[in-house]
Write a protein that binds this ligand. Structure first.
Ligand code: ZN
Length: 516
């Protein structure tokens, strides 16, 4: 597929004469990077006391354009224009005209997903991409259903926030939109309707841990009980097809004996059935619209053995599933918001073969989940995938928001830290984290000036990372938010601070992958 560069879709000459006149006469404070023009009109984002607004100026004889947008119509010297709020309808209309804002499937090379739990990070992500150089295709809208639930955001809100952020930043280089860690068909339907183009199916609940823990008799019983009809297969034909078969993975043999096959099938058989059903549902709801499928088994208890990766890929292919990327569970620990924990040589030995399997049986991308802050493995990951990689980060942008807060509003940050410590032992349950409250600095012993340093502390970082849902949804009796409203207001009042934090942090993530 073709992904346009920023230059080829710049959409005309930026701010034209009519827009210049409206801006001069109205005195609106506008964001120059957002200026865009097509034959139908011109658009720019302006700041008003009420927040960000969209200014639309139609081209001559194109006044009907204003009917597509919500807002207040005015005119200056006979030139009509509209000033509108950042609503879902206006985001949709903007995407119709500025096509580069519309999510699309990703190109085959390196890509990176940036989760954004607050919906304000896209301009900072765009800055980091530009600063890192190279040609990394971004996914700005990326959120799991779990995160949406915890932050009280809908799929549409996640997608639209990325639209507004890309527009504000003047990002014209194309983007995907990833509905992450989908577990049900209803999740797929909702995210497809909102305009997502990448669907990450997580069959983790269907991965059977008995495969790694059970004895031979238990494994045999589990093999017999596999849903053979839904695998569109039988035990005999799977055996005949795979036992003794060796796959040539770039000169390395990955082969199945009876034991390896039974174990792989018990562990991943039901997951394959689930992914296949979800994929077929996705094809139905997309009705021919192109999309990227990602299969993620990263959140399981035990690593994905190489032979198991081969099993999953070859069986999904047999069942007609087509995917763009796959996230195995690698060796070592991928905890949220902190560096890789484990033996780097063991990681490289494991990862290298997964990358080769993806080239041989695809080619498809290896997706690196919980990819935030894994600085010590990026070079190895970039080298062995030869550019066929998707880096997925989620909560680290929220942590950068907290860093901006620690600098600009220490009292609010301190209150969040105190609250996060209280919530941590409940909130950590669904995450792979090992921090302890006892290991994190006591709030009373940290001065205001030292607060940003908490973002460098392993324990404090994980505590702040996994409590985002509690922090963002904590409410007073009257329904107002304890922290979230002030946090958002602060970030919106000091966009430079947040964007600088994001740029500095993400350049470190992106540079190892740029230009390979
Ligand atoms: Zn994941």
């Amino acid at each position: 597929m073709h992904v346009t560069t920023e230059a080829d879709e710049r959409g005309g000459a930026g701010r034209g004469q009519r827009m210049a006149e409206v801006l001069d006469r109205s005195g609106f404070l506008f964001l120059p990077a957002s200026a865009a023009a097509t034959d139908a009109g011109e658009w720019v984002m302006v700041r008003t006391p009420a927040g960000r607004r969209l200014l639309v100026v139609p081209a001559p004889a194109q006044t009907a354009l204003l009917g597509e947008f919500e807002g207040k119509r005015s005119e200056h010297g006979g030139a009509p224009f509209l000033i509108g709020p950042p609503t879902a309808a206006n985001a949709a209309a903007l995407r119709r005209h500025l096509r580069w804002l519309e999510p699309r499937p990703l190109p085959h090379g390196t890509s990176a997903g940036f989760g954004d739990r607050l919906g304000l990070a896209t301009p900072g992500h765009a800055r980091a991409l530009r600063a890192a150089g190279g040609s990394i295709a971004p996914v700005f809208a990326q959120q799991s259903i779990r995160e949406m639930t915890r932050t009280g955001r809908s799929p549409q809100a996640v997608l639209d926030d990325a639209t507004w952020g890309s527009f504000e930043a003047g990002w014209t280089g194309g983007q995907g939109a990833d509905a992450d860690h989908l577990k049900t068909a209803a999740d797929i339907t909702a995210c497809a309707a909102a305009g997502f183009t990448m669907f990450t199916i997580d069959p983790g609940e269907h991965v059977d841990p008995r495969a790694d823990a059970g004895g031979p008799a238990e494994l045999q019983a589990a093999w017999d009980a596999l849903p053979w009809d839904r695998l569109e297969d039988s035990a005999a034909s799977m055996r005949a097809r795979l036992v003794g078969r060796a796959f040539d993975i770039e000169g390395q043999r990955v082969s199945f004996d009876e034991g390896a096959l039974v174990k792989a099938a018990v562990k991943y058989g039901r997951a394959i059935v689930h992914v296949t059903a979800m994929y077929r549902h996705l094809c139905d709801v997309m009705g021919g619209r192109p999309f990227d499928l990602e299969v993620s088994v990263d959140e399981t208890d035990t690593p994905t053995a190489h032979v198991e990766h081969v099993f999953v890929a070859s069986e999904l292919r047999r069942l007609g599933v087509r995917w763009a990327s796959l996230a195995p569970r690698f060796v070592g620990r991928f905890e949220k918001g902190v560096d890789y924990i484990g033996d780097l040589a063991a990681f490289e030995a494991d990862f290298r073969v997964h990358a080769a399997i993806a080239r041989t049986l695809g080619p498809y991308k290896i997706s690196l989940h919980s990819g935030s802050d894994k600085f010590s493995i990026y070079d190895v990951a970039a080298q062995h995938t030869r550019g066929l990689i998707h880096l997925k980060t989620a909560g680290t942008s929220y942590l950068e928001a907290l860093r901006a807060l620690a600098r600009s509003a220490p009292r609010l940050f301190r209150a969040i830290y105190v609250f996060a410590r209280e919530r941590y032992d409940q909130d950590r349950a669904s995450y792979h984290v090992s921090a302890t409250v006892a290991g994190a600095p006591e709030p009373a012993q940290v001065s205001d000036a030292e607060l940003p340093d908490l973002l460098e502390d392993f324990h404090a970082r994980e505590i702040l990372h996994v409590t985002f849902g509690s922090v963002l949804t904590a409410s007073h009796a009257d329904g107002t938010r304890v922290f979230a409203d002030d946090l958002r207001s602060m970030l919106q009042a000091h966009p430079e601070v947040y964007q600088e934090c994001l740029e500095r942090h993400f350049v470190r993530h992106l540079r190892p992958f740029a230009g390979r």
